[in-house]
Design a protein around this ligand. Structure first.
Ligand code: ATP
Ligand code: MG
Length: 332
């Protein structure tokens, strides 16, 4: 049986964080052994909100290094840069003819980003889901490991793929958001407002490059309160968030200890936080050190990008000849 195809990407807009790890990277690493995988640094997507390219090269190198440090193997998966696969732009153009401005204007991420960047509401921001759909279906991928924030984009990618199939020919499988065994993940920010992010909420986001001291400082500052006063009461969102983080990093035993302490009102959030940062540091520090050394090896990064682009372009070119044929763009 042919292997299913997997595609996903991360924007080079800053340092990778725990949300990127648990929403995306953790799945990439597991999927590379089971499927045919394409993982990219989404540099074109970053231009929609980060038009200044002074730090782009450094950020591309950083994302590649952090991907590899988390366990992604460039010999198993194609790890490449979005802008190296020129076929993406061609498919993006064709898909734009199948996307309606109304549906694009209603996208939650478009509305959020437009609010955050009121002086730069560019057309690229509006058509972001079209470019993302092109990235995915260019490899005829059906599985897309992403976090919860990308759910709506995936629904749109499915719509665009289906529209193409109905209008022209059945070329594209339906792409679906993927997470092993459960719902999509959202790693909340430590201030209880929204999700951890590369370009927002930076003091409330824990990055894979944070020093041990900075991790301690951020966790100490995480929003909490003096604890419940009634046994077995419901947890406020920001406390639920601390438990979610504990669940990601600490043992089942530790989690249960604090669940019981919460339920009998004996919980001390200072103790919970200390166990949390200790377990976070144990997880993050080896990744941070590995990523730093990979980042210094520019020759290796170049080799990775070249190899990845060659694999991704071969797959893209095969799809694009089917696309042109289906669309009737073949005149001799
Ligand atoms: P930016 O702020 O620049 O948009 P980001 O942190 O949202 O950066 P992206 O590059 O947009 O990161 O997304 C990369 C992947 O990480 C996507 O699959 C996205 O769903 C996932 N992701 C991002 N933030 C979180 C989070 N807090 N929890 C779970 N998954 C996340
Ligand atoms: Mg994002």
């Amino acid at each position: 049986m042919e292997k299913k195809i997997v595609m996903s990407g991360i924007r080079p807009t800053g340092f990778l964080h725990l949300g990127n790890y648990f929403g995306a990277l953790r799945n990439y690493v597991r999927m590379q052994d089971e499927f045919e995988c394409y993982f990219m640094v989404a540099d074109l997507h970053s231009l929609t909100t980060h038009p200044d390219t002074k730090e782009l090269k450094e950020n591309v190198h950083r994302v590649l290094s952090e991907n590899i440090a988390c366990g992604l193997d460039p010999d198993k998966a194609a790890l490449f840069c979005q802008s190296h696969v020129y076929e993406t732009s061609e498919l993006y153009l064709y898909l734009n003819m199948l996307a309606y401005t109304g549906e694009l204007e209603r996208t939650v991420t478009f509305k959020d980003k437009a609010r955050q960047h009121p002086d730069n509401i560019n057309a690229g921001l509006l058509t972001y889901p079209v470019l993302q759909a092109a990235d995915i279906i260019l490899h005829r991928a059906s599985l897309v490991p992403v976090g919860k924030d990308q759910e709506q984009h995936l629904e749109m990618a499915r719509n665009f793929a289906n529209r193409f199939n109905h209008r022209y020919d059945e070329i594209f499988p339906e792409p679906h958001a993927f997470n092993y065994g459960s719902d999509l993940v959202k790693v909340p920010s430590l201030d209880g407002k929204g999700k951890m992010s590369k370009s927002e909420n930076q003091m409330a986001t824990v990055y894979l490059s944070d020093s041990d001291d900075l991790i301690i400082k951020k966790v100490k500052k995480a929003l909490s309160d003096s604890g419940p006063t009634e046994p077995n009461s419901a947890k406020p969102d920001y406390i639920e968030n601390l438990f979610l983080l504990l669940k990601l990093f600490s043992s089942e035993e530790t989690l249960q200890k604090y669940e019981s302490a919460y339920n009998d009102c004996s919980i001390k959030y200072g103790h919970l936080k200390e166990e949390l940062w200790t377990d976070m540091i144990r997880f993050i520090s080896p990744i941070r050190e590995k990523a730093e050394s990979i980042r210094e090896d520019k020759a290796y990064l170049k080799e990775v990008m070249e190899k990845g682009a060659a694999k991704a372009r071969a797959s893209a070119q095969a799809t694009m000849s089917l696309v042109r044929e289906a669309m009737g763009l073949n005149y001799y």
